[in-house]
Design a protein around this ligand. Sequence first.
Ligand code: PEP
Ligand code: MG
Length: 544
Amino acid sequence: MVSGVQYGPVIRPGKLPDIDRGSTEDVAEADRAKEGERFAAAAAAVATRLRDRAAHATGVASEVLAATATLAQDRAWIGAAEKRIKEGVPAVRAVVGAVDQFVDLFTQLGGLMAERVTDLRDIGNRVIAELNGLPEPGVPLPEEPSILCAEDLAPADTAGLDPTLVVALATTLGGPTSHTAIIARQLGIPCVVAVSGLEDVAAGAMVLVDGTRGTVTVAPDRAAAREAVAEAERVAARTAHWSGPGATSDGHAVSILANVQDGAAARAARETPAEGIGLFRTELCFLNTDTEPTVAEQADIYAGVLEAFAGHKVVIRTLDAGSDKPLKFAGHSDEANPALGVRGIRIAERNPGLLTHQLEAIAAAAERTGQQPWVMAPMIATADEAERFAGQARSHGLIPGVMIEVPAAALLAERILEHVDFLSIGTNDLAQYTMAADRMSADLATLTDPWQPAVLALVAMTARAGAAAGKPVGVCGEAAADPLLACVLTGLGVTSLSAAAAAVQSVGAKLAQVSLQQCREAADAVLATASTADARATALAILG
Ligand code: PEP
Ligand code: MG
């Protein structure tokens, strides 16, 4: 979800017209080479157009378009289509077959790969349109500010959107990390994903999208909808003036930090009032790397992030490979249940060199930049694991902490704190493991909502352990990006909040409007609720 409120008429992306999805007649042997050339030219034209758009876009939009262009030329699915054409299958049917084949594969792989299904289907549709001499399918250009509703949005469509004309997004599908939400955040427009019943809303219908509450209301009362938009604009105006540092209205300090994945993101985060980096997801630097990067290569990357926040707190997380973030050089490929498998710190058990090399690289980057980074291990489940990690980190001169994202670790936070200097709560995984619900599943989004009182009870327990030990306890999961929830977390005793750079300002501004007493009252009240809807409403009543 991306916060903000908008009201307007619905538009829907153009579907590929009902064209011939490939005749059933095979192509004569003599014509197959020509059919292969026709396909190659169409795929190349689609990739070129996407690359051109990437060159004219900026930031995440440009990266998304470039990644889609690369997928359009990916040898695997292109090879599968060519093979079919060589066997006599007409080009359009070959594209349909090859795309279906890889959609099945990506779906089976799950996690991040499953999110590429929309990208691949989109590319298939573009190539088919090209083969039929039709314009590329995509988002229509609206005549007035409109709300784009779709089953799911292809990244290539969302990346090119004009936020003055498409003022909000809502989709039936899409997980919390889907491209739709990422692009919406960059465009600064509200977005709600995984909305049920959206398919029945016709183009032209008036809807109110509330990205803060995660709701889409069809045909709301016009005056009430306009007032909701105006109120959201007033909140946004107050937000724009906040410049840090993080504190409640009565001066209780809570550091507001940014989550980043590389030096570029860290430099972008430096443009916000973020006081440091609360989570550097190092594994995201190596998603496309086949072999373990050298210590020198790693040190360069880590130094880039440290330099961006010279003189400020930077928390580097060691590789959280596995499950939805598979790395070719780390982890276990054949697991029935990868979210419960060898991921995070567990990888170091079988491959201790990976962790040692990474700590060496972080220490080298620290020395080069004169910074004193904090390091933390993901997926810690026992005090023993924390003790071993802390020993290794200290032997490299680094300040050790661990992530609390497994309920076992929250329950025994007190014992874990005997070994480490800080804790950082990953609410995304903590919710997944507490509620026994896959964080990538749109169907289970209510269960994995960080407003779940059970998840917040574990946060409370962890924060209490930190206070008793006199050690900091931060939150670096998506929960920290929700301004209202950030106030509740503060009331639970959390000492820092780390979120996507785009959320930093709204979180800081909201916190500055409420007192510590209000935060504590809201925290107590929320812990006593029975559902996420109740929890939100209760917090809203106290925190405004
Ligand atoms: C989390 O689990 O909340 C977290 C911050 O880690 P990631 O989202 O990278 O798993
Ligand atoms: Mg996690």
